[in-house]
Design a protein around this ligand. Structure first.
Ligand code: CUA
Length: 323
């Protein structure tokens, strides 16, 4: 090449470099403006350690909202493939909530519909930010980091309700005897299960057990039908312990969600959850023979099976379900 061409090339390189430099400055200005004028935020790192160490922090021992003083909340949340714990967070209108969140396994996202909340959840780190919920309603939480085959079903809900409704729900949770009138004759295990269900399962199967069309099957009626076939009682423990992956047919409809494994729950909690879903929402009246509640020992025994979600799917296909 000639001298002249070299010089022309070098000139264009400098021009493009200048363009890139200007773009960087413009982006930084935009980000600064968004953060200061539009109350944007950057997730703050508040702790770092091995995933196990972080998982043992106080916020995550019993994740969920804690009211420190009136309308000021601390909310612990743990993400794992493919769920959030808890999957249903209830807060009163006006609640200022500081979230402390981490992941048990891989990178997950935490994006809340109709808010500017969008945080990455990293294993071994605690992400934190504060948000005030001024408007009542149901806010859908989704994972926006591709985390595996069930990523698109990784959902949860924040429910912002008026103070009265909130207080009543707390009262029912803390003093189950107080609402015994409404739930006469339920066992302590059922009460444990109700809490576990509302925290972990209601985000997908819904608080009234009706599920979500074509993704999460209903538990109303259907779970009793599964329970009643040969092997159904044991199969239901396996579904909770090991999860289930792959399309299933329930009551003539195909569902293709992913049921995560819940082996991190205690034997009492898993037995309680099964006792709850098999008797709540009128399911208690559907049993052909008297239902005898699950015992924690049955769950403990099933932990030795060590199945994969695919094996649970095969197990389900081997059941003689009327589909
Ligand atoms: Cu978790 Cu995608």
């Amino acid at each position: 090449m000639e001298e002249r061409q070299h010089e022309s090339l070098a000139r264009w390189e400098r021009r493009w470099l200048a363009v890139v430099g200007v773009m960087l400055v413009v982006f930084v200005i935009f980000m600064a403006a968004a953060l200061s004028l539009q109350s944007g935020h950057i997730g703050q790192q508040t702790a770092r350690g091995t995933p196990a160490e972080v998982g043992n922090l106080d916020y995550f021992a019993d994740p969920g909202p804690v009211e420190l003083e009136r309308n000021r909340f601390e909310v612990g949340l743990v993400a794992q493939s493919f769920s959030f714990t808890p999957s249903l967070i209830q807060l009163p209108v006006g609640a200022q909530a500081t979230f402390f969140m981490t992941s048990r396994d891989v990178l997950h996202g935490f994006q809340v519909q109709n808010t500017n909340i969008n945080v990455e959840l990293m294993p071994g780190e605690v992400s934190s930010f504060t948000y005030t919920f001024d408007r009542p309603g149901s806010y859908r939480i989704s994972c926006n980091e591709y985390c595996g085959i069930g990523h698109q079903n990784m959902l949860a809900t924040i429910e912002v309700v008026d103070r009265r409704t909130y207080d009543q729900a707390r009262l029912a949770q803390e003093a189950p005897e107080a609402v015994a009138g409404a739930e006469a004759g339920v066992s302590p295990s059922f009460v444990v299960g109700e809490t576990v269900y509302n925290q972990n399962c209601a985000g997908c199967h819904q608080a009234d057990g009706t599920g979500i069309a074509s993704v999460f099957p209903p538990l109303v009626e259907h779970v009793v039908h599964v329970y009643q076939v040969d092997g159904g009682r044991e199969y239901l423990i396996d579904v909770l312990l090991y999860g289930l992956q792959g399309p299933i047919i329930a009551e003539g409809t195909t569902y293709d969600g992913v049921m995560p494994a819940w082996s991190q729950l205690s034997d009492e909690e898993i037995a309680g959850t099964l006792n709850y879903v098999l008797q709540a929402w009128g399911n208690d009246a559907l049993h052909e023979t008297e239902f005898s509640e699950y015992e924690p020992a049955e769950v403990m025994a099933a932990r030795e099976d060590a199945l994969s979600p695919q094996q649970v799917l095969e197990l389900r296909r081997s059941l003689e379900l009327e589909e």
